[in-house]
Write a protein that binds this ligand. Structure first.
Ligand SMILES: *Cc1c(COP(=O)(O)O)cnc(C)c1O
Length: 393
């Protein structure tokens, strides 16, 4: 055990700087209410937007897939792990996204890490939005491409960076989250696509928080902006609105064929398990057939935002159900979250530095289609009482 003291030192430093992330354990499924210990809490922080994570038909589809295919895929995709359901799912995802083809991976993070290094290498350039998700940042690092960061939502800055640097790389790619997870704002994709065309750069959008939320029947950000066929690469996750686990990359037939030859999580990590594949296919079927869950999600989200604003809280620049209740100071944010949890049984996580910039601490609320109006109003009432107690409103 020599040489291991640093672990304790690091944990202690995190604790002293109030950066130790407390982890709560749920004693049951995800849902509008969750059980933690022996108590029920109103759950305002999962990404289970449409409530599909515990939908009876989705559960059943996972069980049926296990009955037919077992629990493990048994190998990496390129050796013996590709089952007919993986190919069925890839067709389904492509059709749902109105893209020519797709490849599925074991997670959204892995999909980014898989795809980016196939698309760009050390002689190439990547223009990356400053608030991009960690998995994009990791994918960019693994690619060895030169990274140029442009300002949040700022297409003038993107143009400036492209003008200044485009000639320094062979290939180039512009990459951005579609919906930003901490603010709920949306990237101006039509302008990004135009700049891509003008400067001969590929465009890549991470639609993790757009799927199931934006566009017709939740097809995502490309559909929301009517840009079908204009964005070169779409990446997404099955772990948020779709309610299960896994991720995908979608694009041209040729590009997807290349992903299957070159992307490392495809070649060196075993295939997504059958239960997940079955569950995801059912979730997509539900989304395609019926958009009542989507409508309920947006209804809940606008109710939540308008009621919070009536009592004096700001929800920032959010254009989606992601509802950041802006507080500012870190201590106030942590105190508010604790009061909500302890005195009002509302589970709502604080988001503080380094996840967001210093001085912009917030509580991020994630309404879902399964919350009742009463759940939303109880949340607002809890914010009102706890906010008054802490002199925040
Ligand atoms: C959640 C998220 C991911 C990762 O997806 P997982 O399937 O949970 O690995 C990637 N990108 C963005 C923008 C996300 O919000």
């Amino acid at each position: 055990m020599a040489g291991m003291k640093w672990v304790w030192d690091e944990l202690k430093a995190l604790d002293e700087n109030k950066r130790l992330i407390p982890i709560k354990t749920l004693d049951g499924p995800q849902g509008p209410k969750v059980k933690i210990g022996s108590k029920q809490y109103l759950n305002m922080c999962s990404n289970n937007y449409l409530g599909l994570a515990n939908h009876p038909d989705v559960r059943q589809a996972a069980i049926d897939a296990i009955k037919k295919y077992g629990v493990g895929a048994g190998a990496v995709r390129s050796i013996a792990g590709t089952m007919s359901i993986h190919e069925e799912l890839e067709k389904k995802v492509a059709a749902f996204k109105h893209m020519p083809s797709s490849v599925v991976y074991q997670g959204g993070l892995l999909a980014n890490i898989a795809a980016i290094p196939v698309l760009v290498g050390k002689e190439d350039l990547i223009f990356s939005e400053e608030l991009n998700h960690a998995s994009i940042i990791d994918g960019v690092r693994l690619s060895s491409a030169k990274r140029v960061v442009y300002k949040h939502l700022d297409m003038d800055d993107l143009r400036k960076q492209l003008s200044a640097h485009r000639s320094e790389g062979k290939k180039a790619m512009i990459i951005s989250d579609g919906v930003f997870s901490m603010d709920g704002d949306i990237t101006p994709l039509p302008e990004m696509v135009k700049l891509g065309e003008e400067f001969d750069a590929m465009t890549y959008v991470d639609d993790a928080h757009g799927e199931g939320v934006l566009g017709d029947h939740g097809r995502g950000i490309v559909d929301h902006f009517h840009l079908a066929g204009k964005v070169d690469i779409e990446m997404g996750t099955f772990s948020k609105a779709i309610g299960a686990m896994g991720g995908f990359v979608a694009g041209s037939q040729d590009l997807m064929a290349l992903m299957k030859q070159k992307s490392r999580p495809f070649l060196f990590s075993s295939a997504l398990d059958p239960a997940e594949v079955g569950a995801v296919m059912k979730s997509i079927e539900i989304m395609e057939k019926d958009d009542s869950l989507l409508k309920k999600l947006w209804h809940n989200s606008s109710l939540l935002k308008s009621e919070l604003s009536k009592i004096g809280f700001s929800t920032g620049n959010s254009k989606t159900p992601i509802t950041p209740v802006m507080i500012g100071k870190e201590k106030d944010t942590l105190d508010l979250s604790r009061l909500l949890y302890e005195e009002h049984s509302v589970f709502a996580s604080p988001i503080v530095y380094p996840t967001v910039a210093q001085g912009t601490s917030r509580i991020r609320l994630m309404p879902s289609a399964l919350h009742s109006e009463n759940d939303i109003m109880m949340t607002v009432e809890a914010f009102e009482k706890a906010g008054r107690k802490l002199n925040l409103i």
